[in-house]
Design a protein around this ligand. Structure first.
Ligand SMILES: Nc1ncnc2c1ncn2[C@@H]1O[C@H](COP(=O)(O)OP(=O)(O)OP(=O)(O)O)[C@@H](O)[C@H]1O
Length: 296
C-alpha cells in the first residue's frame, strides 16, 4: 500500500533507505516479508505493531545487525552494512543506575569517538566543540556536566538524542525512545527528533507502541501484524477495516477526544515479550488521531 497523501516534510530526491521484497526470519519464524519501503529525506515514518511483530528487528536489519532472509535493503544506494556511522540509533529509554559516574557530555561524545568500529572523526578540540553545539541544540547545557546517574529519565533521553545527533547522521532510527517518559518529556523528545528532520532532512524510522505523541509528526505509518504489514498515511492505516484485515480478526479503531485507541488487537504470538509501555486493555496498542500532518 502506498501513501496517496503528501508527506509534508519529505524532500524530493532519491530515497535514503530503500527496501525491496525484504523478508526477515528469526529463530525459525518469518516476522515479515514482501516489504517494499522507500524512506525519503525528511520523512517521519512511525513503526507500529504488536509485541514481537518485528519492529525492533526492522531497525536491526537496517543497521545490518541481522541479515534479511530475502530481498534487499539499501542505504544511500549501497547494501546496508553493520557499523555504518551515517545511521544513528536511539534506544529505549533505560534509566542509568544512580551511581553511574559518566557525565552527560561524555555520554554525548560517545556518539563520536566512543564507537568501536569507527575511526576518530575529529581532533579533541573539534569533538568538544561539536558536543557543545549538540548539547545546546537539545537544551541540555544546564545539566550536561552532571553524572548521568543523577539525571531524570527525560534529561537522560535528551542526552541520548544528542549522542545520536552528534555524528550528523543521514538516517535516524529510534526504538521506543519515549517509553517510560511522562507526556511532557515525550513531547520534548519527539520535538527534538522532528526538528532534526525538518532542519537537516534526516529521515526518521520511529518505533513506538503509542502513535499519539508523534502523530502530528507522522508522514506514514508502517504497521506490522500477523506476519504482514501496511504502509501508508495514518488515515489509511489506522482504520478498523485495515487493521482487522491485517490482524485477521476484528479490531476496532476508536477516536476518543484527540486520541485514537486500537481495541481488540491480539498479541502477535503467545511467547511475545511485553513491555511496560504496552497498554493493558485488550493488549491494544494505542494510536493517535489521524491528522493531515503538520508539525506539533
Ligand atoms: N536474534 C534473534 N534470534 C531469534 N529470535 C529473535 C532474535 N531477535 C528477535 N527475535 C524474536 O523475533 C521476534 C520479534 O522481535 P522484535 O524485538 O523485533 O519485536 P517487536 O515488534 O519490536 O516487539 P516489542 O513490541 O515487544 O518490542 C520476537 O519473537 C523475538 O523473540
Amino acid at each position: 500500500m502506498t501513501a496517496t497523501h503528501p508527506t509534508p516534510h519529505a524532500h524530493r530526491g532519491d530515497p535514503v533507505l530503500s527496501m525491496r521484497g525484504a523478508e526477515l526470519t528469526l529463530g525459525g519464524r518469518t516476522l515479515w516479508s514482501g516489504l517494499d519501503l522507500d524512506v525519503h529525506p525528511g520523512e517521519f515514518i512511525t513503526v507500529l505493531g504488536a509485541n514481537g511483530a518485528g519492529k525492533s528487528s526492522l531497525l536491526k536489519a537496517v543497521l545490518g545487525l541481522v541479515g534479511l532472509s530475502g530481498g534487499e535493503a539499501r542505504f544511500q544506494g549501497e547494501p546496508v552494512r553493520r557499523g555504518d556511522r551515517r545511521m544513528a540509533y536511539v534506544p529505549q529509554q533505560r534509566v542509568f543506575p544512580a551511581g553511574t559516574p559518566m557525565r552527560g557530555r561524555d555520554l554525548v561524545a560517545l556518539g563520536i569517538d566512543g564507537h568501536r568500529f569507527g575511526p576518530r572523526l575529529f581532533g579533541r578540540g573539534a569533538v568538544r566543540q561539536r558536543v557543545e553545539q549538540v548539547v545546546e541544540d537539545v537544551h541540555a547545557v544546564e545539566y550536561a556536566h552532571r553524572p548521568v546517574g543523577e539525571l531524570s529519565g527525560g534529561e537522560q533521553q535528551r542526552l541520548r538524542i544528542a549522542q545520536a545527533l552528534v555524528s550528523d547522521p543521514e538516517l535516524l532510527l529510534c526504538d521506543e525512545p519515549l517509553s517510560s517518559l511522562d507526556l511532557h518529556h515525550q513531547q520534548e523528545v519527539s520535538l527534538l527528533v522532528d526538528r532534526r528532520r525538518r532542519e537537516h532532512g534526516t529521515p526518521v524510522l520511529f518505533v513506538t507502541h503509542d502513535i499519539n505523541p508523534v502523530l502530528p509528526l507522522t508522514d506514514r505509518v508502517l504497521y506490522f501484524a500477523g506476519g504482514s504489514h501496511r504502509l501508508g498515511h495514518p488515515d489509511e492505516v489506522m482504520r478498523s477495516d485495515t487493521l482487522s484485515e491485517l490482524y485477521g480478526t476484528r479490531v476496532d479503531v476508536a477516536q476518543i477526544g484527540d486520541r485514537i485507541v486500537v481495541l481488540g488487537a491480539p498479541d502477535e504470538h503467545p511467547g511475545a515479550r511485553t513491555t511496560p509501555s504496552s497498554p493493558s486493555s485488550a493488549s491494544a496498542p494505542t494510536t493517535g488521531a489521524p491528522t493531515s500532518g503538520g508539525t506539533a
